[in-house]
Design a protein around this ligand. Sequence first.
Ligand code: SF4
Ligand code: SF4
Length: 161
Amino acid sequence: MSKEIQKALKATGLDVLSCMQCGICTGSCPSGWNTGFNTRRIIRDAAKNRVTVLSDDNLWLCTTCYTCQERCPRGIPITDTILNLRRLAVREGLILPEHRKVAEMVMERGHAVPLDEETKKKREELGLEPIPETVQKCPEALEELKILLKICKFDELIAER
Ligand code: SF4
Ligand code: SF4
């Protein structure tokens, strides 16, 4: 995969080679202010085809606020690049356990965070239907969603390897 990172990014119209490592992205990143997340380093590793960028847990700390992308003096689509790196990582089976659990919940219940009994009760107290018009309310729709996700091979994508 290491040789493929640049190629895969370029195929989606993302070119990070013009990065001059000025660090404006890192300084602008609200996520990096409180964590070890360093946007400049992610872009550098992607530009250098370092496969470790895909297994770097920090890759998942971006909140996709797009501040870095708006400020990059070289006009590099940084956030889009991070999203694409995540896609590549998942295809390689590199997915955080927490994210796998959320994905499994979508497969099973149709929602990343299904409504629990307490929330349903609160909704009723507010005069709302306990469950809004979503797949959680409609078993047929949930079955259809499951079929669609299987056709897309979503289950294989998120399976532990
Ligand atoms: S702001 Fe742009 S040019 Fe500067 S380090 Fe970040 S990605 Fe590279
Ligand atoms: S889009 Fe992600 S990397 Fe860029 S500033 Fe926001 S949190 Fe940081």
